[in-house]
Design a protein around this ligand. Structure first.
Ligand code: MRU
Length: 354
């Protein structure tokens, strides 16, 4: 019962009446469960930028619903005016965070849907966009389930598994990607133990992953990011599972800062390192990891956020890249809803789209 409550968390939904998107404010978890009802473009942008809604698939789903809500207020006389206004709103939402491709991909899917229906009566376009947002949401549920099944096939009874950041139900629609196999393992009565990196500086591992896994009854141990080498060296880890924000066509994968370090450590210790994500996170316009735009965030996140008082010298320079890119040669397999891709990724990833 508790397991289903966690794996089927309603983290994003349309308000009754359709005039707002309701989200769990992930920036306050786990100390406070507050739901926000967002109506205006500015508050939707802020919710993504401030990680109130976060995780690559979740921001794609949220953006799709948001664009539907905003489309209801477009007051134009012809399709050209409607489409121009819709594009402007989509571009604005898209400017909130650059790295996760799901945001731009789902916004483009929504604006393309409008374009494909240019001959429909103008008054019907919001309903058409509603159906598309619903499809995006439902498809993600199904994708997460399939990714989790494929991931589970790589887990053995008794395994110790390490994960980084949060790629669980909160970051998606259901189950999650990088952490989805852990919930399925629990459902199937398997004996696994998960080690969660705390994930500095925004603590998604502490605040979200450790919280979700504990509530679901998945045995887990929280470690600081710099303890991964030790637990691997002690033989406690049999595989690493992480999510992704953008995968290049050569298999390089952007994910939360610190992921690359875990992959390097896994390689040294001979531990398989798996990246899990829907095919919507694979960017066909991105040949290599060098083409991925990495978000730089406010130094305040390092210097003072989560401390009772500022912890760094006031004027110290800080560098706060929010993501890193793990080179494909460090990745054992990339797990999508269509199957498990092995190197050479140029071939196996391209095959997903044939
Ligand atoms: O900055 P965040 O918290 O949005 O970063 C999230 C991650 O890096 C996740 O691992 C990724 O989005 C996959 S979520 C299924």
């Amino acid at each position: 019962m508790e397991l289903e409550k966690v794996t089927h968390a309603e983290n994003i939904r349309l308000a009754p009446g359709g005039d707002a998107v309701i989200i769990i404010d992930q920036s306050l978890l786990p100390n406070e469960t507050r739901f926000l009802s967002l109506r205006e473009a500015g508050e939707m942008w802020e919710a993504i930028h401030s990680l109130r809604v976060r995780g690559a698939p979740a921001i794609g789903i949220f953006a799709a619903w948001s664009l539907y809500v905003l489309s209801r207020d477009i007051d134009e006389k012809d399709f050209e005016g409607f489409y121009a206004s819709l594009r402007e709103k989509a571009d604005y939402l898209n400017s909130s965070r650059p790295t996760a491709v799901n945001l731009s991909a789902m916004l483009r899917r929504m604006t393309d849907t409008a374009l494909e229906n240019r001959d429909a009566p103008l008054s019907e376009l919001p309903d058409i966009l509603h159906r598309e947002a619903e499809a995006i949401h439902n498809e993600d549920m199904e994708m997460c389930r399939r990714i989790s099944e494929f991931g589970l096939s790589l887990i053995k009874n008794g395994d110790g598994l390490l994960t980084h950041c949060n790629a669980g139900p909160l970051a998606t629609s259901r189950y999650g990607t990088g952490q989805g196999p852990f919930y399925l393992a629990k459902e199937r009565g398997m004996d696994i133990h998960v080690y969660c990196d705390e994930t500095r500086p925004l603590l998604q591992g502490v605040r979200l992953t450790a919280w979700e896994l504990s509530r679901a009854g998945v045995p887990c141990t929280l470690i600081c990011d710099n303890m991964a080498a030790t637990v691997m060296g002690q033989g406690k880890i049999q595989a690493c599972f992480v999510g992704c924000d953008r995968v290049a066509m050569n298999g390089d994968a952007a994910n939360k800062i610190g992921t690359r370090g875990v992959a390097i450590l896994a390689k040294y210790h001979g531990i398989p390192f798996y990246v899990l994500g829907p095919t919507t996170t694979i960017d066909r316009n991105c040949p290599t990891g060098a083409d991925i735009h990495i978000e730089l965030r406010d130094p305040e996140e390092i210097k003072e956020k989560f401390y009772a008082s500022p912890m760094a010298p006031e004027d110290v320079e800080c560098y706060n890249p929010s993501f890193d890119v793990t080179e494909s040669e460090l990745i054992t397999a990339i797990i999508t809803e269509k199957g498990i891709c092995y190197p050479p990724y140029e071939k196996s990833l391209a095959a997903l789209f044939e």
